[in-house]
Design a protein around this ligand. Structure first.
Ligand code: ADP
Ligand code: ASP
Ligand code: MG
Length: 406
């Protein structure tokens, strides 16, 4: 007998028939003699609708009330799944985040889980009751409902698995595993049997939304075994594992992309000490996250350009910060471009191989795709390109690194 956490995403609980399908899957796992907790997301599209309503009422609004609204999607699905389970003879009850409780910090809209007290739900589970827990939500230090950021149900599931010392956390979704790249964009993407925590962490943080970044971080830190698999088929999924469990290490195991980027260039900034500190200090003070940065050496020792990226949602705020700096900072003008994509290659094998980045640059050059910004770390190389070339770049890189499915 094992203790398992099963998580079902939005598409998997997208309508009543799908919820009944999930109930049957859960029942099968229970009948194998396992103790089961289930985490569910809101029905697909529900959270988007809730978010839209909050912004329609007011573009800038109280994030505590935003959480009150957007957390409701999961309340519907936990109740419906508990009913569906009861209907087929499986004892079950629903749990809201605050009822568990799942405690978070107070960063409404993107809260981090601080602790999960599983003693109450475990009492029920020991008597054969399935705990159906709302993903994406918790309770903050102010006693109010918080949400964990988009895609946060993955994190709820892993946190619950860590707290319950579950054997494994199975993430059921609408694809049957983690692929070399987004299978909805590259038809030749290949399913991976295994991927390392480290690579999965990079893939997620560089845009592969199959797992929320924070969930991978938690799994890695707490040694939670995570499996990604389909709720619509019985195909084997992908296991996220330690590096030593993978015998044949690929140089590049995956390619990720993010359209959630916007590029800003400060043209002809006076080249003197303190400029970068002033620019990025002001952005940080405004809670704006800067991702990629390039600054050129000035040709004449007088003026240079600084280019950086922020998320698309933050571009207006970033531009406002820069225009407010005009008195303090000497620059010619600000240029911005929201139509850019960051494409990244990821692989632990990169550490021990030369020429990996060069192959990327060549593959893009062969297709006439211009690279606007480059950034690298030990196991990844990212480039910023025009958004219109996203698919072409992904497909070309996938082929260039020998990742295409046969
Ligand atoms: P859920 O609602 O189940 O949480 P998500 O939509 O959040 O599902 O995540 C699953 C989606 O992630 C897939 O439909 C797929 O388009 C996308 N995706 C992006 N990159 C990858 C990848 N490398 N492997 C698998 N899926 C990926
Ligand atoms: N329902 C939430 C969202 O759409 C959480 C999740 O699906 O993981 O972001
Ligand atoms: Mg998701």
């Amino acid at each position: 007998m094992a203790r398992l956490v099963l998580k079902f995403g939005g598409t998997s609980v997208g309508d009543v028939d799908r919820i009944k399908n999930v109930a049957r899957r859960v029942k099968a796992v229970v009948e194998q003699g396992n103790e089961v907790a289930v985490v569910v997301s809101a029905m697909s599209g529900a959270t988007n609708q809730l978010v839209k309503w909050t912004t329609e009422v007011a573009r800038l609004h109280d994030t505590r009330e935003y959480d009150t609204v957007v957390a409701t999607g999961e309340q519907v699905t936990i109740g419906l799944l508990a009913i569906a389970l009861q209907e087929i003879g499986v004892p079950a009850r629903s749990w809201m985040g605050w009822q568990v409780p799942i405690r978070t910090d107070g960063a409404h809209g993107s809260a981090r889980i601080e602790s999960v007290d599983t003693s109450e739900i475990e009492k029920g589970m020991k008597q054969g009751q399935v705990a159906v827990v709302a993903g994406f939500q918790g309770i903050g230090p102010d006693g109010r409902v918080t949400t964990l950021g988009r895609g946060g149900s993955d994190t709820s599931a892993v946190a619950l698995a860590a707290a319950m010392k579950a054997e494994r956390c199975d993430i059921y979704t609408d694809v049957d595993g983690v692929y070399t790249t987004d299978p909805r964009i590259v038809a030749k993407a290949r399913k991976l049997d295994k991927i390392t925590y480290e690579e999965m962490l990079e893939m997620a943080s560089l845009g592969a939304k199959v797992l929320q970044t924070r969930s991978v971080e938690l799994a890695m830190n707490h040694g939670v075994r995570v499996q990604v698999l389909s709720s619509f088929s019985d195909a084997p999924g992908t296991l996220v594992v330690d590096e030593d469990e993978i015998v044949e290490k690929e140089i590049v195991s995956g390619i990720a992309y993010s359209r959630d980027e916007a590029k800003i260039t400060l043209r002809a900034v006076k080249d003197r000490p303190g400029v970068a500190a002033t620019v990025f200090g002001a952005l940080a003070d405004a809670q704006i996250n800067v991702d990629m940065i390039v600054q050129n050496v000035s040709a004449d020792g007088e003026a240079t350009d600084i280019t950086f990226t922020v998320t698309r949602a933050q571009i207006d705020r970033a531009l406002k910060v820069l225009s407010d700096l005009k008195g303090k900072l000497d620059y010619e003008k600000v240029l911005s471009d929201p139509a850019v994509t960051k494409v990244s290659i990821i692989g632990v094998g990169m550490r021990s191989h030369a020429g990996v980045a060069q192959r990327m640059f060549q593959a893009l050059a062969d297709k006439g795709i211009n690279i606007q910004v480059i950034s690298t770390s030990e196991i990844k190389v990212s480039v910023l390109i025009a958004e219109e070339y996203t698919e072409l770049a992904l497909r070309s890189l996938h082929t260039a690194y020998g990742l295409d499915a046969a």
